[in-house]
Write a protein that binds this ligand. Structure first.
Ligand code: MSP
Length: 520
């Protein structure tokens, strides 16, 4: 099973919180599927070609290859800082990728899927594509999204996209190509109509752009950056690899389980070009991708941009609040598929109330009281009552709801279910008052039962937290002295993860409270 997410570019600067979100979202899903016992291959990377790269390198007075390396380093540093567990790493300047792109191009050329023609029209430098009248707004102009537009006459190579659009329409309607959330499908169906009359220009003349993968059958051209970048999803998954390559076996990974992408690159790149490219290469309907299209993080409803100066830098944020808090907030405060406002104050409030005060407090009091009352050793007990039953009921409903939410890719819903369980167990502690029970020797059996319920609840929480906050989950399991928890899969989870006789370790804060921000 393979999880794919975009190859980031952003030649002008550093990655921002939107990039961080996409990587965290995919990482949580990949880790969750590993927790379900599935063999997962998670691939992400960087998109290093294209005209924007060349322009930026010129502006900065550096060699374009040097700029690509510099940017790539920023992204790998970000992945480390966010504890992203990708198995594969894609860099589109890698010779293995280049060889795969060229083999595919040659195959399409030999198969009659490509042709050369001359074209005169308007060209968007920002989007690196020719524009048609369909891209004009109601006033007849090309909108600001296209940036600088110039008139150009050029000979280029084209891919017969229009020959695949009838198939694509059918494939989209019958969910052969999956799109999630479902409300995005109409947007794609409308876009297919446009694609029906236009083929895709897949080359750029070398005299204008040399930074790209040369067409194997015409040395005067390099490959259009999107055509090159999309192929990263299969080239780095081992498609057409050499026998001695260390890449994975493509047949074991494909079809891709999920392509996690942002809403801005669904049309046309991922929902039109990409399935049609795969179809033309010879991929069957069963090998078509499923797209999970996420929304954007904005700032007070506005897009983050350099010109507005409102970009949130994920590295600075990790330095300020730590990896756990950043991952928690990015998973917790957005509905998958929709937009959300990034709000540092909410990050503080959610992490402090749900993790520091909620789970942190539960872990701390469970371990401290077990140490102080039972000498750190869970014992067998006979006591049961309504309060204990409520905890077990909440435990059972978490075990039902959490996997359901994760199957729907609803990370926020899954965390809400976990938090609601933690709240129930903290309420249980406050109602049963183990600190009082401790003073009365006749209540020893009840005390043992209460503390066992609390520690058992921490054990379950630590496992479900693993995909979201892997480092914190590991610390919790260390303090519970229960390394075996890390080996369990979702299907193994039930009441009774901690046996009687289990000796717990000393508690240390796992979710330190974030210091309140200075606000006036
Ligand atoms: N290089 C192409 C992708 C090629 S994949 C074959 C690209 N790169 S990008 O760096 O511009 O964007 C990478 C991803 O980040 C996209 O999925 C995009 O939607 C996402 N985001 C960019 N800004 C974002 C937010 N503000 N919020 C959430 N995600 C955002 O496109």
């Amino acid at each position: 099973m393979i999880f794919l997410t975009t190859a980031i570019d952003y030649p002008n600067g550093s990655p921002h919180i939107g990039h961080a979100y996409e990587k965290v979202l995919t990482d949580v899903l990949a880790r969750y599927h590993r927790l379900c016992g599935q063999k997962v291959y998670f691939l992400t990377g960087v998109d290093q070609h294209g005209q924007k790269m060349v322009r930026t390198a010129e502006e900065q007075g550096v060699n374009v290859a040097t700029l690509a390396k510099k940017n790539t380093k920023k992204f790998t540093k970000l992945l480390d800082a966010l504890s992203i567990s990708n198995d594969g790493w894609a860099e589109t300047i890698d010779p293995t990728h280049k060889a795969c792109v060229q083999k595919i191009l040659q195959h399409l050329h030999d198969d009659g899927q490509l042709y050369k023609k001359s074209y005169q029209g308007y060209y968007s430098i920002r989007q690196e594509q020719f524009l048609t009248d369909q891209e004009r707004d109601t006033d007849g102009n090309f909108g600001p999204e296209w940036g600088e537009v110039e008139e150009r006459k050029e000979e280029n190579w084209y891919f017969k996209l229009s020959e695949h659009t009838a198939w694509l329409r059918e494939a989209m309607q019958s969910n052969v190509v999956g799109i999630e959330p479902a409300f995005r499908k109409n947007e794609v169906l409308n876009a297919i109509e446009k694609a029906e009359s236009t083929d895709l220009c897949i080359s750029r003349p070398k005299e204008r752009l040399s930074w790209g993968i040369p067409l194997p059958f015409d040395e005067d051209f390099v490959t259009y950056v999107w055509f090159d970048a999309l192929i990263n999803y299969i080239s780095f998954a081992g498609y057409l690899k050499d026998d001695d390559s260390e890449l994975p076996n493509f047949e074991e990974l494909w079809p891709a389980h999920l392509h996690v992408i942002g809403k801005d690159i669904m049309v046309p790149a991922h929902s039109i070009y990409w399935p049609c490219m795969l179809h033309a290469i010879g991929f069957s309907d069963e090998q078509m991708p499923n797209l999970l299209v996420h929304g954007w993080w904005n700032i007070r409803g506005e897009k983050m941009s350099k010109s507005l100066g409102n970009i949130v830098d994920p590295m600075e944020l990790v330095d300020a609040v730590g990896t756990d808090a950043v991952r928690y907030y990015l998973a917790r405060d957005i509905v998958t598929g929709k937009d959300s406002d990034f709000d540092t104050e909410r990050l503080f409030v959610l992490f402090n109330s749900e993790m520091a005060n909620g789970l942190g407090n539960l872990l701390n009091r469970s371990l401290n009281m077990t140490k102080a009352s039972l000498d750190g050793k869970l014992e067998s007990y006979q006591h049961d009552d309504e309060e204990c039953q409520l905890v077990r009921k909440s435990h059972a409903s978490l075990l039902e709801n959490f996997p359901q939410k994760m199957a729907e890719h609803d990370l926020r819903g899954a965390l809400e279910a976990l938090v609601s369980f933690i709240t129930d167990v903290n309420t249980f502690a406050e109602r049963t008052k183990p600190w009082e029970l401790k003073k009365d020797e006749s209540k020893r059996d009840q005390l043992t039962a209460v503390l066992h319920h609390m520690c058992e609840s921490c054990a379950l929480a630590s496992i479900l937290l693993q995909p979201f906050l892997p480092d914190a989950a590991a610390k919790m399991q260390g303090q519970l002295n229960a390394a075996h928890l890390a080996e369990l899969q979702i299907k193994d989870l039930q009441w009774g993860l901690l046996p009687a006789g289990q000796t717990i370790n000393k508690p240390k804060p796992v979710f330190p409270r974030l210091q309140a921000q200075e606000t006036d």
